[in-house]
Design a protein around this ligand. Structure first.
Ligand SMILES: Cc1cc2nc3c(=O)[nH]c(=O)nc-3n(C[C@H](O)[C@H](O)[C@H](O)COP(=O)(O)OP(=O)(O)OC[C@H]3O[C@@H](n4cnc5c(N)ncnc54)[C@H](O)[C@@H]3O)c2cc1C
Ligand SMILES: Cc1cc2nc3c(=O)[nH]c(=O)nc-3n(C[C@H](O)[C@H](O)[C@H](O)COP(=O)(O)O)c2cc1C
Length: 769
């Protein structure tokens, strides 16, 4: 097979090696625009697993790389004159130039033809390489080939705001990957630094765009840029220079990271590989690994006997998923670095470091324990001490630290998120609700929420929704509250709501958000805008309607107090009435309650203030918001959510329950583990407001790391509690936790003890296996 490989970076050259190893008959030419020693960048970092893959594929080049790898174990974080060191991180690195020398040598040895200083042109690819059976587009992150047909390759490029420059230095960093954070006259700048041979280190400098602009880096010659950075980071450089090897790059040496995602990697006999197909932010150091693994996979498929087109598709199918997984972790990491000043402001040194180490969400709480037990236990003690208000003698799992809102003390940070049961008749909570909430409260969570409980019959979502608009319902709720208080240590929060434009619909399992087949009642909303094409057009509310809703909220709050609830939450999320006022997607009013965010918040804040006035001072209140309509600037954005949070806090809210979406059927959410937590993080740490995170939080590690990293103060779990009411007790058994942060009902103690023993045994067997 005749192969033209366009681009001689790690992906292209390793592909040529991997193809030749499988069939020496292949005729392969690699075309590279630069000279062999010209390579940009300095060192690259690998994991042990990448090296294992390379060993299996080509032991010869792998061994040559291994012989030159530098190994280091620590991560050092330098901030405000302090250094925080944690261990067990295990990195390996090599200089990019040396790595490429090894790969070029190996490729030549196998009979690959390498053509340097050859600039291919996209327009003439098909004629210049007409005799090639396969054309490999390995031309890197700015791939001309991909960019010439963005639509054909179904490309999505997201150019990120931060700026970075890849520098080198002869300063060595003492066996550690070091992060230096420096406050400059124009804002925070930071460096990611690691040694990659006996006397050279990579030194990547990064900053936010306004800092870049103020320093004028855009128009600085490369040397001047490096010298300016040297002065900024002088105290860490031991008198060494910062070096640039980017002279062959025209224009500024600083780059904005383009997050590239292609949904189609194949066009006829042309295939994308490496950064041309996908990019992963440099801060998780996986770009080269992805390129190598693409190369191995492509070579395997091309030599599998499948027809070319089929082999190329099989390659894409295998690699796309892997790339997406890494890109998801890389996105989290990148977003952390885009918000560095937020975390510097919000955290002390320890928590800042914890948040940095867990930024990609691939390194979890327990993973940190495996890396450096002493360091992790130290932070567990510090966080517990902060929670108790006095030093903690022992480390405590973060989820089992107490939390106080006004005079309500929670035993731990786990919350049963509100979940409609659609099992009430005429709004009356039934025996189902008693058993449901009773068992949830015995399960160990510090705070249990009711489902959205409606303030009026016409404010219900469905005929099965629970309400608190009459004395009978108040009495039924009181029975449940009394059970929770007399039998458990959980606190109980009532979520108050009005369905607004999403009212008069079927119960969840018969057709979510679908109108009733018959017997629909009139629905109201800020504007006559239906939730979706199939929903009723609501009547736009008049001031008389608003006054009635306001009075219903106040009356419901008084009933909640008489029923004995510990906390109240106003449901201002998911497109229901108050949420519909907040989002511009549904609020098109032209009076003082429509238009600007300030105006759209007017009525929800009015309701909140009225309820707060009648809710006892010592009891806390929350609001649940949709922090992102998932429709870009057309709807609520996370930045708006910070302002919404601030406005409610000014009005007296104690904590923001940060959900997202469900305000439009056209929304395009990005799902994943803990996918809404970044919004809780942004509100908490930009506005200094306590938050609750919710959404696909289901593992013990998720809760511990969200709390320890200060991404939220409480974690709400909904669906996990439907299948396991004892989620928190189980978490205590698994962590062998016996402190005050959770209480097992005495009736269930033997079960708890057995579970703990069985989990210990299973863990031991896993270690011995
Ligand atoms: C600051 C920074 C730090 C990084 N750190 C790491 C790290 O620690 N670990 C890691 O694994 N990855 C790291 N990466 C990512 C890594 O550099 C890339 O993911 C990797 O180089 C991708 O390999 P590639 O072969 O696909 O593309 P490239 O390495 O970009 O190679 C593409 C090649 O194609 C050539 N080319 C392009 N157009 C033409 C043309 N028209 N004619 C001829 N030749 C052409 C280019 O000159 C280049 O040599 C980092 C990236 C950056 C920017
Ligand atoms: C069956 C069910 C009913 C729900 N009802 C409500 C509700 O009444 N009020 C509310 O704010 N959220 C409600 N939600 C949303 C959850 O509280 C939570 O935000 C969402 O399920 C994401 O969390 P999870 O991934 O832990 O399930 C409901 C979710 C489920 C699964």
């Amino acid at each position: 097979m005749k192969i033209a490989c366009l681009g001689g970076g790690p992906a292209g050259v390793y592909l040529s090696i991997s193809m030749k190893l499988r069939n020496p008959e292949h005729e392969i030419t690699v075309y590279e625009r630069n000279k062999p020693g010209d390579t940009f960048g300095w060192g690259v970092v690998f994991s042990d697993q990448t090296m294992d893959n390379l060993q299996i594929n080509d032991p010869v080049s792998a061994q040559m790389i291994i012989n030159e790898l530098v190994h280091w174990d620590y991560i050092d974080v330098y901030l405000k004159g302090q250094v925080e060191r944690s261990g067990g991180h295990g990195f390996i690195g090599i200089g990019r130039r040396r790595m490429m020398e090894i790969l070029y040598g190996r490729a030549r040895e196998l009979g690959v033809e390498l053509v340097f200083q050859y600039e291919f042109e996209v327009a003439s690819i098909q004629t210049d390489f007409a005799d090639a059976d396969l054309i490999v587009a390995a031309d890197g992150l700015n791939s001309k080939i991909r960019n010439s047909d963005l639509k054909g390759f179904a490309t999505d490029i997201d150019l990120r705001p931060n700026k970075f420059v890849w520098l080198g230095t002869h300063q060595c960093f003492d066996d550690a990957f070091a992060f230096f954070f420096e406050k400059t006259a124009h804002g925070w700048m930071w460096a990611h630094a690691y040694q990659f041979d006996k006397d050279t280190s990579t030194f990547i400098v990064e900053c936010q765009p306004h800092t870049y602009d103020k320093w004028g880096f855009e128009h600085m010659p490369h040397e001047e840029s490096a010298e300016t950075c040297r002065k900024i980071f002088e105290q860490y450089l031991g008198g060494h220079e910062l070096l640039t090897n980017s002279r062959h790059i025209r224009g500024s040496a600083w780059i904005s990271f383009p997050r590239v995602l292609c949904h189609n990697w194949v066009k006829d006999n042309l295939v994308l590989i490496g950064d041309a197909a996908h990019t992963a932010h440099f801060s998780i150091g996986s770009g080269t690994k992805l390129g190598f693994e693409d190369a191995i996979c492509l070579a395997q498929n091309m030599n599998s006997g499948k027809p070319v087109r089929e082999a190329l598709q099989a390659y894409q199918d295998e690699r796309e998923l892997e790339a997406l997984k890494l890109q998801s972790a890389a996105r989290n990491s990148m977003s952390w670095f885009e918000n560095v000043p937020r975390y510097i402001k919000a955290f002390d040194m320890k928590q800042f470091t914890y948040s940095l180490l867990t930024r990609s969400q691939r390194v979890s709480h327990e993973n940190l324990r495996l890396r450096d037990k002493a360091w992790l236990e130290d932070i567990e003690k510090i966080l517990a001490g902060k929670s108790y208000g006095k030093p903690a003698a022992e480390p405590v799992p973060p989820m089992f630290t107490p939390f106080t809102l006004r005079e309500m003390n929670l035993k731990n940070r786990v919350v049963v998120s509100p979940m409609s049961m659609y099992s009430a008749a005429e709004g009356m909570p039934s025996d189902w609700h008693l058993v449901h909430y009773g068992s949830l409260a015995t399960g160990g969570a510090g705070l249990v929420y009711t489902e959205m409980t409606d303030i009026s019959p016409e404010g219900r979502i469905t005929l099965g929704c629970a309400g608190i608009w009459n004395a009978e319902q108040e009495g039924a709720w009181k029975r449940i509250v009394d059970f929770v208080h007399s039998q458990t240590e959980a606190r109980f929060c009532l979520q108050l709501g009005h369905a607004g434009p999403k009212g008069s619909t079927k119960v969840g399992w018969e057709g979510m958000d679908e109108p009733l087949d018959q017997g629909n009642w009139e629905i109201i909303a800020p504007s006559a805008v239906p939730y979706s094409a199939i929903n009723q057009i609501p009547r736009a509310m008049t001031r008389v309607d608003m006054d009635k809703v306001l009075a219903d909220y106040v009356s419901a709050a008084k009933r909640a107090e008489r029923a004995g609830f510990d906390m109240l939450e106003l449901h201002c999320a998911h497109g229901y009435l108050l949420s519909a006022f907040i989002t511009p997607l549904m609020n098109q009013r032209t009076d003082e309650c429509g238009g600007s965010l300030e105006n759209r918040l007017r009525f929800p804040l009015e309701v909140f203030r009225a309820v707060r006035k009648h809710w006892p001072d010592h009891k806390p209140m929350a609001v649940r918001i949709s922090a992102n309509d998932w429709l870009g600037a057309a709807g609520i954005t996370p930045e708006d959510a910070v302002l919404i949070g601030k406005a409610f806090v000014m009005a007296g809210v104690d904590i923001i329950d940060v959900s997202a979406g469900q305000t439009s059927p056209d929304a395009e959410p990005v799902y994943g583990r803990m996918f809404q937590t970044p919004f809780a993080d942004q509100i908490r740490n930009e506005a200094g407001i306590p938050t609750m995170a919710v959404g696909n939080i289901y593992e013990i590690d998720h809760v511990n790391s969200i709390i320890a990293a200060g991404r939220a103060d409480l974690c709400c779990l909904a669906r996990p509690h439907l299948m396991d009411r004892y989620w928190t007790l189980r978490a205590a058994a698994e962590q062998e936790y016996h402190g005050d942060g959770v209480t097992c009902p005495v009736q269930y103690l033997t079960g708890f003890e057995q579970l703990e023993r069985n989990l210990q045994r299973a863990a031991q067997m896993a270690i011995n296996a």
